[in-house]
Design a protein around this ligand. Structure first.
Ligand code: BGC
Length: 905
């Protein structure tokens, strides 16, 4: 009797010990259960959760098996005393190409508890060497029509009983969409993505187990010109990477009995053309349903009229697995509004400027056609406006087969638009038949920012849509005109904001590899990546080589990105060093502070021109500093020392050339003061004065910014750093031109390329350069997250392992809230103000710590969860700093209340 009572009690208590900490969110190389890993020592990450505060991991154990639920045949880490829960490097036996591995992890915590094993996760290795490819490159031997219709390729094969798994590996010269037994393979678009194809060509892997059945099967793919040979760049280059479209594809079927079959593209495949008669990224697509090869990827399709393909001997040593999230369909807009413009054109307004295309349903006679044109804006009179697309036609044309209802949707083009113009169809237009679909890289959504001001919330919406419209496999400048290139300057200025809104580590890590691949032997970084513009390089653009790796390290704690990019970072700094004379970089072409404020009739010199070589010297210093940071993280002491000495000389040369003894700068612009202060170019003694001059300048422009691409990201940060957050708020809340809210007031749904893309009188800026979806000025988002809500990371605990939470109530806002999914879990900082109190709610994820700054007005009382701070065991009071109480906190949810006649900071 006694025994039966005691046993359940013991069991219960041990269960409760186990249940207080758990492990989930297992990722391999930052992806959930990926199937084409080519890092031979992949990195594993997980998250801890616990209802208790101050939860820390003290040890972990990882087991990796080549069978689900099997013994840890590949790796058993044993119990490792470590707090590391992200980016843990695999340390087991050599991993084999194409093989799937299953892993699990358990952890021990600082409260002496063990989590129990996580649910298992898996990864599959990709094809690791050219010899792993049994497939041959294939292409059509037939003479191509002038319109370059999309070729189709197909074959049939027989699968046996007992299929355990099947993986398809596909890539192309051009873009591809593949099918198996009549079904689309996967849901990725614009594959294989855009890379510097001749040096790095990505393939994708797909789990096609459920699409294959024992017996006869058919597989095939359709190709489009895409970036490979379609028109690219404003100078309309054609066949940039090659002139022929080709396919490389193989399917590996594994059977229960261990047998492996490979179906590979080779000379036995057949080819024909079908309904996609023409496609170009800038111009659009032509689909003729009368030429549809219905059922072309079904086993019983009659392909007697198809011709044999021709194998080609293109290289395979440039093939790489895909590590970034593919482009996928995202939001859809079903409720467009039908308008008839003053010109009598029929237009649908989808209410949001987006990147993607329109799917439409239509019924009509064979040979009827319909043409959809795309535009971002209507002009002053309300007419459809496409001048700012320059030479890009951005039109999709669909030709009907007749009979029943038909659905049309492009494949190999995309458009930046909010409006479509419909031409060619007779009779009624039902807007319900037109659905706009946004397409962009499927980066996980990680951040949200919201506050009590509706215009700022719209600005945040516009920033997010600027990112969503331009992160289409590469970071493009714009999605609508004949450009859409990976402009380096734009990407660097926006990268830190981007890393709040979305998980961009994989996205940028891939693009940075192309940057390194396309970097010139002398270290120069091209204007755009992948490079299609030639040999130019520019300060503030090319510095992307140092800025984005460092930003990724900060946001994700990803040290490998620094390791991988280190030689590229160093080569860029060495390039500048080679250009500089006496440590002064004052040669060559530079874009300067692109699109800074310039009034039309500038009689008294209000244009905010910043000396280009002044800017170049600031970025020389900044890139050198970031190289020193990277060298320090990677333990490269010699480099860190050598570049620190160089940095001192760069700053001395700067002071000598551009600064008076009293700290006045050669250019008196906001951008000049911002760069000099942000990059620590000035001696300590003159900094405060310089900040005051910056503020004076802002006041001279009646609290308007005048910065271009390069000054804008740092403007409010510098103000906050020198205790002028009130001025920064005034700039943020300014709603007349030039300001962030001016476009919002003019009805923008994305960030504009120019501060005045539409002038106050409703006229447009010059059509040659007037994109309404250009994210650069959206870089203010970083200040909204890091200062208004106050979520930041310390450099010595990157990836928010040691976060800093420092909310800055102000600007007349009564509340602000930001949430960020970090590698460790969610961080939140929400504040709400009344006349006599400030409530701050904070979440800190397990296995991290935070230094939290709570505004502490004199005579105020601060409580947490209704208790005095000194009574809360999990709170450590570190001191008082500039009117803030500084607290050391562990993980958990905290509810602070500051009571007083609450004054804004
Ligand atoms: C692009 C940019 C880019 C700039 C270079 C423009 O055509 O759209 O945003 O950074 O050229 O100055």
């Amino acid at each position: 009797m006694r025994k039966t009572l005691v046993l359940p009690a013991l069991l219960l208590s041990s269960l409760s010990v186990f249940s207080q900490v758990s492990v989930s969110h297992l990722l391999t190389e930052n992806l959930p259960n990926p199937i084409s890993i080519d890092n031979k020592t992949p990195r594993l990450s997980w998250q801890l959760s616990s209802p208790d505060r101050s939860e820390l991991q003290t040890a972990y154990e990882i087991q990796v098996s080549d069978r689900p639920g099997g013994k840890p045949s590949a790796w058993n880490s044993g119990k490792v005393a470590s707090e590391q829960s992200v980016w843990v490097t695999y340390g087991g036996t050599a991993l084999q190409a194409g093989k799937k591995y299953f892993w699990r992890v358990r952890v021990w915590d600082n409260k002496g508890r063990e989590s129990g094993w996580s649910k298992p996760a898996s990864w599959q290795m990709g094809l690791l060497t050219p010899a792993d490819w049994k497939a041959q490159w294939i292409q059509s031997a037939a003479k191509e029509d002038a319109s370059q219709p999309s070729p189709l390729f197909r074959t049939t094969f027989t699968a046996k009983n007992g299929i355990a798994s099947a993986t398809a590996y596909i890539t192309a010269h051009g873009l591809y969409e593949a099918q198996l037994n009549g079904q689309r393979i996967g849901d990725a678009y614009f594959t294989p993505g855009w890379t510097s194809y001749n040096k790095r060509l990505q393939y994708q892997a797909y789990d096609v187990t459920s699409l294959i059945h024992p017996g006869k099967n058919a597989v095939g793919a359709m190709l489009g010109s895409g970036w490979y040979r379609g028109y690219i760049c404003y100078d309309w280059q054609h066949n940039f990477y090659g002139s022929d479209l080709s396919l490389l594809m193989q399917i590996i079927i594994r059977y229960d009995n261990g047998r492996i079959d490979t179906i590979a593209s080779d000379g036995s495949w057949k080819t024909a053309t079908g309904e996609v008669r023409h496609s170009e990224i800038y111009d659009g697509e032509l689909i003729d349903h009368r030429q549809d090869q219905k059922g072309w990827s079904l086993p019983d399709f009659d392909d007697a009229a198809w011709t044999s393909v021709q194998p080609a001997s293109y290289p395979k040593d440039n093939l790489v697995a895909t590590g970034n999230e593919p482009v996928k369909k995202q939001e859809t807009f079903h409720t467009g509004k039908l308008l008839t413009t003053p010109k009598g054109e029929r237009v649908i307004d989808f209410g949001q400027n987006l990147t993607g295309w329109v799917i439409l349903k239509l019924k009509g006679r064979a040979g009827d056609s319909i043409r959809l044109s795309h535009a971002e804006v209507l002009d002053k009179a309300g007419n459809f406006y496409t001048d700012n697309l320059r030479r890009a036609k951005a039109q999709d044309v669909f030709i009907l087969k007749g009979r029943e209802e038909e659905t049309f949707e492009p494949h190999f083009t995309f458009h930046g638009f909010r409006y479509i113009r419909i031409e060619g169809t007779a009779g009624e237009i039902n807007p319900d038949d037109y659905t706009a679909v946004a397409l962009y890289s499927a980066m996980p959504k990680t951040g949200e920012f919201e506050c009590s001001d509706a215009l700022i919330n719209q600005l945040q919406h516009n920033i997010q849509w600027g990112q969503q419209g331009n992160f289409l496999d590469i970071p493009t400048d714009c999605p609508q005109r004949d450009e859409r290139l990976g402009w380096t300057g734009d990407a660097q200025v926006f990268s830190r904001t981007a890393a709040f809104n979305r998980g961009v580590d994989n996205f940028f890590a891939k693009w940075l590899k192309d940057l390194a691949a396309d970097q010139k032997p002398n270290g120069a970084v091209p204007f755009v990546i992948p490079n299609v513009t030639g040999n130019g390089t520019s300060a503030g653009w090319a510095d992307v080589a140092t800025i984005i790796p460092w930003n990724l390290y900060l946001a994700y704690g990803d040290r490998k990105v620094l390791e991988d990019q280190y030689s590229s970072m160093k080569a860029w700094v060495e390039y500048i060093r080679g250009q500089a004379k006496n440590d002064l970089w004052n040669t060559g072409f530079h874009f300067g502070d692109w699109l800074f404020y310039r009034p039309a009739d500038d009689n008294d010199g209000r244009s905010a021109v910043t000396d280009k070589y002044f800017i170049a010297q600031c970025f020389y210093a900044h890139s050198t500093q970031l190289l020193i940071n990277a060298a320090t993280v990677l333990g490269k002491k010699e480099d860190a020392d050598a570049y620190s000495a160089l940095l001192r000389r760069i700053k001395d040369a700067f002071l000598n050339e551009y600064v008076t003894p009293d700290g006045r700068l050669v250019s008196g612009t906001q951008t000049a003061y911002v760069l000099a202060l942000e990059f620590d170019m000035l001696p300590e003694a003159t900094r405060k004065k310089a900040a005051a001059r910056l503020v004076q300048n802002i006041q001279d422009y009646n609290y308007h910014l005048t910065t271009g691409f390069l000054g804008t990201p740092y403007l409010c940060h510098v103000l906050s750093q020198y205790n002028y957050t009130t001025v920064a708020y005034k700039l943020l809340l300014q709603d007349t031109y030039p300001s962030w809210l001016y476009p919002v007031k003019m009805g923008a749904t994305t960030i504009w390329e120019r501060w005045d893309g539409i002038r106050p009188d409703g006229s447009f800026q010059t059509p040659g350069m007037n994109s309404f979806n250009h994210y650069s000025y959206g870089a203010i988002g970083d200040w909204m997250y890091r200062v208004v809500a106050g979520i930041d990371t310390y450099e010595d605990g990157p990836g928010y392992h040691h976060s800093r939470i420092s909310p800055h109530p102000g600007g007349g806002l009564t509340s602000a809230a930001a949430d960020l999914e970090t590698c460790y879990g969610k961080i939140s900082s929400h504040w709400r103000m009344t006349s006599d109190s400030l409530a701050i709610d904070i979440d800190i994820p397990a296995n991290t710590t935070s230094t939290v700054y709570i505004p502490a007005p004199e005579g105020g009382v601060i409580t947490e969860g209704g208790q005095k701070l000194s009574a809360v065991a999990s709170i450590h009071i570190d001191g008082v700093e500039k009117g803030y109480l500084v607290l050391g906190l562990g993980s958990g949810s905290y509810h602070f209340l500051v009571r007083a006649d609450y004054q804004e900071n």
